[in-house]
Design a protein around this ligand. Structure first.
Ligand code: FES
Length: 581
């Protein structure tokens, strides 16, 4: 797939604000000049918006993002562009309530209008924490002006008592150890600081690292971007190079629609399997494809990910962390391996203007413990599995690389929690009728139900099971799971309970069968019984009456299509409305 650059010079969209001597042009230029910009900056050179998600309440997108923005600016100046830094909506997975996912679409909406309504010819997306990457990519895909992704990069490795500790992954592990009586509360608090020892995103192959990898595999970031640690000087170098590059992309008129093609999405899905990436990538890529007008489905996830070995030995599936992934060669090595195996659309074009294969064909793997040979893969079939059946007619997902092989085929008695509060109220009760053969079922945690589809699908096991030394059970919900989490966890069950899906009517004692090999998720009740139960169902989740929560409740779509808002799908272009002055 080749890209043909547009002719240069030509008139850019920013010139509809700045060119000429009309009262409106003088008004637009004049106000910007109060920041000390010389007149010749408005001469038709590319105006580049640096969309910065830095926030002190998004600690993953930390203070270093301000420095990265300065490096991007340096690159834009060097290439003859005019940089303008624009703060945009930011939501951290670890602070935003009820869940950052509820605000991904709000961020995307804000970014879309921020870009379309202002004089930008291209933009640099400075992103990091889980939702910031897809929300900005969705927003610019709906405007379709040249854009390049620069992620903030992961934190350095965590260490506690000579042990490598990973963001999130060890939070879950230590929390279960405290419940099992294997770790004291004091040790848990001591370990807390050891997990986050520098600025940056989660250092595991969690959702932030996954989405950084997805951006690179889609071709929307410069090669090698995903794994460079936040505090490594090379992170600042790639920021500057990205600044240089976006100017040329504007001159060439190289837009997201030229890059984010169906082939590019298939490359990303296969990459996700190879890296043992987060299940959240499923939702985000489906939503991004929807913005690009590309027909991407859950079936594409299952088809493309099938039989792709997970070769990146990173937590939560493996042993290492993003810092070591970078030293081993990072994502380019994985893309090269996929290409060599005939699993990459090699000619997919990237923001560099080169094909993805040209970008990676000469890279070297520096550590075969971190990026494994295929015969030593963590899992020979690492792709996200999509299961369907009378419990999930529109599908549910499971990440095999994070699951227990022995539980991939399992039949057990349902123990049902009506919502997350019900779960919290019951899970520590020694009289709860549950053992390790049961299937834990959590309802009302989907896009409408929680609301916002929180990362609670990897609900912790009951203490009385943990104390037996059991570390995994089959769990089913309409929730998401943190990319840093693990377990035999069936997620995103669709339709969700709050939308009246079959999950809503599962009862304690129902027998549930999970059969990953045959992609089946079944509850052992007759069709007649299911119909009768669904006919009696009434929603129990809270119904907001106003505000953003109302908008979300009425317009969010199912997880099986990406949980975007119905009215935001597709590309609306960059045409500017009338001037108001
Ligand atoms: Fe923000 Fe992991 S919680 S990157």
């Amino acid at each position: 797939m080749s890209f043909t650059p547009a002719k240069w010079p030509r008139k850019l969209r920013s010139q509809s604000w700045f060119a000429g001597t009309s009262r409106d042009s003088i008004y637009h230029r004049g106000w910007l000049k109060n920041q000390g910009y010389p007149h010749d900056l408005f001469d038709g050179r590319p105006v580049i918006g640096i969309l910065n998600t830095w926030s002190e309440l998004t600690p993953c997108n930390g203070i270093h993002m301000k420095e990265l923005a300065e490096k991007v600016k340096a690159g834009i100046w060097e290439a003859g562009g005019f940089p303008v830094e624009v703060p945009v909506f930011s939501a951290s997975e670890n602070t935003f309530r009820p869940t950052a996912m509820m605000f991904r679409n709000l961020g995307a909406l804000a970014v879309e209008e921020t870009v379309r309504g202002q004089p930008m010819d291209g933009c640099v997306l400075l992103v990091g924490c889980d939702k910031t990457t897809p929300s900005l990519m969705m927003g610019v895909a709906s405007v379709d002006i040249p854009a390049i992704v620069v992620t903030g990069g992961p934190m350095l490795n965590g260490h506690y008592k000579q042990q490598r500790v990973g963001s999130g992954t060890h939070l879950w592990k230590f929390s279960e150890a405290v419940k099992a009586g294997e770790m004291t509360q004091e040790e848990f608090v001591e370990a807390e600081a050891s997990m986050s020892r520098s600025t940056g995103t989660c250092n595991t192959m969690g959702t932030a690292s996954t989405m950084a990898s997805m951006a690179e595999a889609l071709g929307m970031a410069l090669s090698g971007n995903a794994a460079i640690p936040a505090v490594d000087s090379r992170r600042r170098v790639i920021a500057q190079l990205s600044g240089r590059r976006i100017v040329q992309m504007v001159k060439d008129d190289m837009k997201p629609s030229n890059i984010m093609t169906k082939d590019a999405f298939e490359n990303a899905i296969r990459t996700n399997a190879a890296i043992g990436g987060s299940t959240n990538a499923v939702i985000h890529l489906l939503a991004m494809a929807g913005r690009c007008g590309i027909d991407l489905t859950l079936e594409d996830w299952d088809r493309c990910g099938r039989d792709i070995p997970t070769i990146v030995n990173l937590m939560p599936s493996g042993d290492y962390l993003m810092e070591e992934f970078f030293y081993a060669g990072g994502l380019p090595v994985v893309l090269k391996r996929l290409g060599e195996a005939g699993l990459l659309h090699n000619d997919a074009v990237t923001v560099s203007g080169e094909s993805i294969w040209d970008e990676v064909k000469d890279v070297v793997n520096h550590n075969e413990d971190v990026i494994l040979p295929a015969d030593k893969a963590l899992n020979q079939s690492g792709g996200i599995v999509v299961v369907k059946g009378n419990l999930a007619p529109k599908g549910a997902v499971l990440k095999p690389s994070a699951a227990t092989p022995a539980l991939m085929q399992h039949r057990g008695r349902a123990v049902v929690f009506e919502d997350i509060d019900d779960y919290k109220a019951k899970i520590n009760d020694p009289d709860l009728d549950i053992d390790e053969t049961c299937v834990m079922v959590l309802k009302n945690c989907g896009p409408k139900g929680y609301p916002g589809m929180a990362e609670v699908g990897n609900m912790g096991l009951p203490p009385k099971v943990l104390k037996k030394g059991i570390t995994d059970m089959v769990r089913i919900s309409d929730a998401r799971m943190s990319g840093t989490a693990y377990g035999t966890v069936v997620l995103h069950t669709s339709p969700e309970a709050a939308a009246g899906g079959p999950l809503a009517v599962i009862r304690n004692g129902d027998m549930i069968e999970l059969d990953v090999a045959n992609r089946r998720l079944h509850v052992d009740i007759s069709d007649e019984e299911m119909t009768a139960r669904l006919a009696e169902w009434v929603p129990t989740h809270e119904q907001p009456e106003s505000g953003y929560a109302w908008l979300h409740q009425h317009h969010v779509q199912g997880a099986d299509t990406g949980a975007d808002f119905d009215f935001l799908k597709g590309c609306r272009g960059s045409a500017v409305g009338k001037d108001s002055h």
